[in-house]
Design a protein around this ligand. Sequence first.
Ligand SMILES: Nc1nc2c(c(=O)[nH]1)N[C@H]1C(S)=C(S)[C@@H](COP(=O)(O)O)O[C@H]1N2
Ligand SMILES: [Mo]
Length: 198
Amino acid sequence: MSIVTRGFRGRRDSAPDLPPGQYLTRDFPVLSAGPTPRITTDAWQFTITTEAGAKHTWMWRDLQALPSEQPTVDIHCVTKWSKLHTSWQGVSLDVLFDAVDTGADYAVVHSYGGYTTNLPVEDMLDGKAWLVYGFEGEDLTPEHGGPVRLLVPHLYFWKSAKWVKGLDLSDHDEPGFWETLGYHNYGDPWREQRYTGD
Ligand SMILES: Nc1nc2c(c(=O)[nH]1)N[C@H]1C(S)=C(S)[C@@H](COP(=O)(O)O)O[C@H]1N2
Ligand SMILES: [Mo]
């Protein structure tokens, strides 16, 4: 009884933590626009291409050698589920961008399998985004984007590209997969930017 009461109160108490129109889920839905690509850690690599065409590539072992963080964050899917206090392990994009000489304002993120999504470079800096390979103390599973996915929790979760392969920097903004199909170009859950025009 006390557990039921606590659970119920917990939900109500955490409602202010939820962006408008979102509901809480405790499980972890899988949302993929296509089949799950199976990328081994040996095959995985991540390339940042600058607006000048310079390429910086990290192999799995390079990523593992970089200092990692364990962010605990809330995630919000545009299909209206939110999950609070998820914990991840990975490398801050700040660390990767340290090696990159760029003045570009925009990025298109590419995934193995062909998925793309766009976001401003500033939304990947200052502790706002990570390349993650661990979830809740385990290796990130293929369904959830393993071996490595992008995590950008302050934007709707479609911006957190699974099976991430690289990002292209540019001076001009270019919509990705969902952004071309009518989803909002930026996708701030707190401003409920679900669709173009929101
Ligand atoms: N490569 C790739 N990344 C993706 C997607 C996808 O279809 N392909 N779906 C996006 C969407 S809409 C959401 S809500 C989250 C879902 O992540 P999950 O399956 O781990 O819950 O991944 C995002 N990243
Ligand atoms: Mo989503």
